[in-house]
Design a protein around this ligand. Structure first.
Ligand code: PMP
Length: 384
């Protein structure tokens, strides 16, 4: 059977390719966005899981919006306004897919920061939306470019990751948050705020969500992959009721509802008195690793490499002197390090030369070793 046009156009995912190579025990992988498995809250989950079979109704078909007690818990946890609604999704990736399919016709325009999250580019490509890119600065999207884009292109929505961006680790400043919301309101552009890393803050104070400044024009995605476990596939979307009702309709066609026993597990976890301490412990662990990686990377400044400090999340963006980053990533793989080249995070023109480095899934000594191997590759490439 002939594949559909958008599927034919899909690039094979370099990340998946590199992750396959990274399973080699001799490769140190800084490529995936994987949490450390030792952070999975199994001590809390085990007793929760043994109770689940006691309620046979959890194993019946359930409501598309989500398991009632979980929906109630999440509505209170996230202080969802009265006229908003919340939908439990099979990971926040499904939330993105539902949004793309519910609201985008081919050629509808979506604005993203450049670079941006590959998985979001994929879902908007699949519905044949037009992705418009606005460069990212150290404080979030370039506001002048964003306003010009809104004014001249009249896009439907702006997709952003304001907290600990994937792939750059950048967080938007407070002023940027206000201004983006103001621009979305002025130009009637819907904000899609993707916040999977928001709870993984290890220093500095949390800033308000951008959507809190334009709630009636926002859809918000949250994920439990980074603070609980990605294998649970649990996420949540919230926004104005009529919009979430449209997402519920699309979800009915996608998977009827997310797994009810897993939703019950998540509820047990979130309600557990030790859950907040668990998240704080995970953030502390990642802070230690980030510090080790950042210190090691500072030795690469002699090769023209730079990093931006981050206060949370999972990634460091190492900018390099202009080069073919894809070729560099393959060369690094030969030397036993997996890292993701910047090219894959741009939809249009190749942007900055950089590597995305993950610091949450390798031990401190592996992080140091990886940077030593990276340095030897850079040394071999440096002009003599
Ligand atoms: N958004 C962003 C920015 C991400 O980095 C990821 C995970 N890599 C997702 C969404 C999807 O996360 P989930 O596991 O909740 O589907």
């Amino acid at each position: 059977m002939k594949l559909s046009t958008p599927v034919l156009r899909m690039k094979s995912s370099f990340i998946r390719e590199i992750l396959a190579a990274a399973s080699d025990p001799n490769v140190i992988s800084l490529a995936g966005g994987l949490p450390d498995e030792k952070t999975f809250p199994l001590d809390i989950l085990k007793p929760v899981m043994t109770k689940i079979p006691e309620d046979v109704s959890l194993f019946q078909y359930g409501p598309t919006q989500g398991y009632g007690p979980l929906v109630k818990h999440l509505t209170a946890r996230y202080e969802v306004p009265n006229h908003h609604k919340l939908l439990v999704t099979t990971g926040s990736q499904q939330g993105l897919d539902l949004i793309a399919r519910a609201f985008f016709d081919p050629e509808d325009k979506i604005v993203m920061e450049a670079p941006s999250y590959l998985g979001a580019m994929q879902v908007f490509d699949l519905v044949q939306a037009r992705i418009l890119e606005v460069p990212q600065t150290d404080e979030g999207p370039d506001l002048e470019a964003l306003e010009v884009c809104f004014a001249t292109q009249r896009p439907k929505a702006f997709y952003g990751v304001p907290d600990f961006h994937n792939p750059t680790g950048v967080s938007w400043s407070l002023a940027t948050r206000h201004k983006v919301a103001e621009l979305c309101l002025a130009y009637q552009v819907t904000l899609i705020e993707d916040a999977p890393y928001r709870d993984l803050r290890f220093s500095g104070d949390a800033l308000p969500m951008v959507s809190s400044f334009c709630p009636d024009q926002s859809l918000v995605l949250r994920s439990f992959s980074k603070i609980a476990s990605p294998g649970l596939r649990m996420g949540v979307v919230s926004g104005p009721e009529a919009w979430v009702d449209a997402l519920i309709k699309v979800k009915q066609g996608a998977d009827l509802h997310s797994s009810v026993p897993v939703q019950a597990m998540l509820l047990g976890l979130l309600e557990h008195p030790d859950f907040d301490a668990h998240v704080a412990k995970v953030s502390d662990l990642y802070q230690g690793r980030y510090q080790v990686l950042a210190k090691a990377l500072s030795a690469l400044e002699d090769y023209g490499c730079r990093t931006l400090p981050t206060q949370g999340g999972m990634f460091v963006w190492l900018t390099l002197p202009d080069c073919d980053t894809m070729a560099l990533a393959y060369r690094l793989l030969d030397q036993g390090i997996a890292a993701v080249p910047s090219d894959v995070f741009y939809s249009g023109d190749k942007g900055q030369s950089a590597l995305r480095l993950n610091f949450t899934n390798a031990t401190p000594d592996k992080l140091e070793q990886a940077v030593m191997r990276l340095e030897s590759v850079l040394k071999s490439l440096a002009p003599k």
